[in-house]
Design a protein around this ligand. Structure first.
Ligand code: IMP
Length: 184
C-alpha cells in the first residue's frame, strides 16, 4: 500500500499533512501519510522536540520520514505559547488567547521540519511574522482564525493561499531544495 512513496510525513494531525503534501507537490516530491502520536519531550526548544519526534518516527516505521513541530510565539506573552502551542490550543483555545491580549498583538509562527533516515537527522526552520486578530475570523484549524500574516488584513483561515506563504511553506521550501539535491 505504501510502495509508491519514498518519503512519509508522520503526524497525528491530518491538516499539517494535507498542507505539507500540497506544498511538496510544487517541488515534485510525493509523500505518504503515517498517522501516529509521536514521543514529544518537554522542552523550550522546538528543535529538540522535533529531533526527538523524528527519531521516534523513524524507529517506529523504519522508512525515511519527515515530521513537523511548530509553535505560535506571541510578543506580549513573552513568546508563549511557543512549544506549548498544542496544549494551549486544547485547553484555553483561541478564545483564551484573545482574552489575554491587549494592544501589542505581534506574533510569529515557527515551523521546524525534521527529516530522518537511518543515516541522517536534519532540521529546517521556517518563520512567518504577523499579528493576532481582535476576534476570530474564518473557519480553519488550530490558530488559523486568529493569525494575520504581516502585510495582509485577513487571517490564515480567510485566505486561499496560505500554502504559498506560511511558516510551513518556508520550512518545506528549504527542506525540498536540500532533499532534491540529495537525490541527484
Ligand atoms: P505541534 O507541532 O503538534 O506540537 O503543535 C503545534 C500547534 O500549533 C498545533 O497543534 C496547532 O494548534 C498550532 N499550529 C501549528 N501550525 C499551525 C497552522 O498552520 N495553523 C494553525 N495552527 C497551527
Amino acid at each position: 500500500m505504501h510502495k509508491s512513496f519514498d518519503l512519509f510525513f508522520v503526524s497525528s494531525n491530518r491538516h499539517k499533512y494535507q498542507e505539507a503534501k500540497n506544498i511538496l507537490n510544487l517541488y515534485g516530491i510525493k509523500i505518504g501519510f503515517l498517522k501516529s502520536n509521536l514521543n514529544e519531550i518537554q522542552s523550550n526548544s522546538l528543535h529538540s522536540i522535533a529531533i526527538e519526534k523524528a527519531q521516534d518516527a523513524f524507529s517506529k516505521f523504519k522508512k525515511p520520514v519527515v515530521i513537523e513541530d511548530d509553535g505560535l510565539f506571541i510578543d506580549f506573552l513573552d513568546g508563549f505559547p511557543g512549544p506549548y502551542s498544542s496544549y494551549v490550543f486544547k485547553t484555553i483555545g483561541n478564545k483564551g488567547i484573545l482574552n489575554l491580549l491587549k494592544n501589542n498583538r505581534k506574533a510569529k509562527f515557527v515551523s521546524i521540519i525534521t527529516y530522518c533516515d537511518k543515516n541522517i537527522v536534519k532540521s529546517f526552520e521556517g518563520k512567518l511574522d504577523g499579528k493576532i486578530s481582535i476576534i476570530q475570523k474564518g473557519k480553519g484549524w488550530g490558530y488559523d482564525p486568529i493569525f494575520i500574516p504581516n502585510g495582509l488584513k485577513k487571517t490564515f483561515a480567510e485566505i486561499n493561499n496560505k500554502n504559498e506563504l506560511s511558516h510551513r511553506y518556508n520550512a518545506l521550501k528549504k527542506f525540498s531544495k536540500w532533499y532534491l539535491y540529495k537525490q541527484e
